[in-house]
Design a protein around this ligand. Structure first.
Ligand SMILES: [Zn+2]
Length: 226
């Protein structure tokens, strides 16, 4: 009752279009939800996404929820998630995506969900790891165990923006370490990041996991540009 009373004066609005939110909807209205540009690459693989990894790392699946376009709805969502203290966006997107994947049988393809850890400095500023929020939503909908601290950053990497492709690979190699070898040994791991750009972060995170003798590795991200 108090909640209804409050919403009389502070109506809940959609994060992307500022339109009124219907009851039971979390953060994003029905119209915007229908407009989400899904890649559906769990149904039909998209070569541009596979190319980031094939021949570079041994992987099982690349799963990209949404297409990233500048000034589009996905950019707006990611911006709110990263810079406007809205961890719930990551969790909601993870839940929605996880439901779609579960319907397609992907809940049987993995054993554990493992987010890429955020730099300590950024974690202090932001207060949460957006990739972990997305991973949490995924793990809930897929009914899988989540290992929030399964990986740690053991070496700080410099900013990637001024580096060429080869320099980027060298830059991230050895950045991550597995914290609990027993927790991942012989597991089918779903590695989760926020966005997919070159893929070098996910490849670097896969490195110590293979050393820890996982069964296989798949990648899941919220968004990527083609
Ligand atoms: Zn909307």
């Amino acid at each position: 009752m108090i909640k209804d009373f409050v919403s009389l004066f502070f109506p809940r609005v959609c994060l992307t279009c500022q339109g009124a939110l219907g009851k039971g909807l979390n953060e994003i209205c029905v119209n915007c939800l229908q407009e989400l540009p899904k890649t559906l690459n769990h149904e039909v693989p998209i070569p541009e996404f596979e190319q980031r990894f094939s021949g570079i790392v041994d992987y099982d699946q690349v799963l990209v929820y949404l297409f990233f376009q500048k000034r589009g709805i996905v950019q707006k969502l990611l911006h709110e998630l990263k810079y406007n203290d809205k961890p719930e966006i990551g969790q909601i997107l993870g839940k929605w995506y996880g439901k779609e994947l579960a319907i397609a049988g992907y809940d049987k393809k993995f054993d554990v969900v493992l987010p890429i850890p955020l730099h300590q400095g950024r974690l202090r500023v932001r207060g949460y790891n957006q990739s972990e929020q997305f991973a949490l939503g995924l793990s809930q909908s897929l009914g899988l165990k989540m290992l929030p601290n399964g990986l740690e950053r053991v070496r700080a990497n410099e900013t990637q923006t001024r580096k060429n492709r080869e320099q980027r690979w060298q830059n991230v190699s050895g950045v991550f370490a597995v914290t609990d070898l027993e927790a991942v040994a012989n597991q089918r791991v779903l590695l989760v990041d926020d966005v997919l750009t070159t893929g070098s972060t996910l490849v670097a995170a896969a490195e110590p996991l293979f050393d820890a003798r996982v069964k296989n590795i798949s990648f899941a991200v919220m968004a990527a540009a083609k």
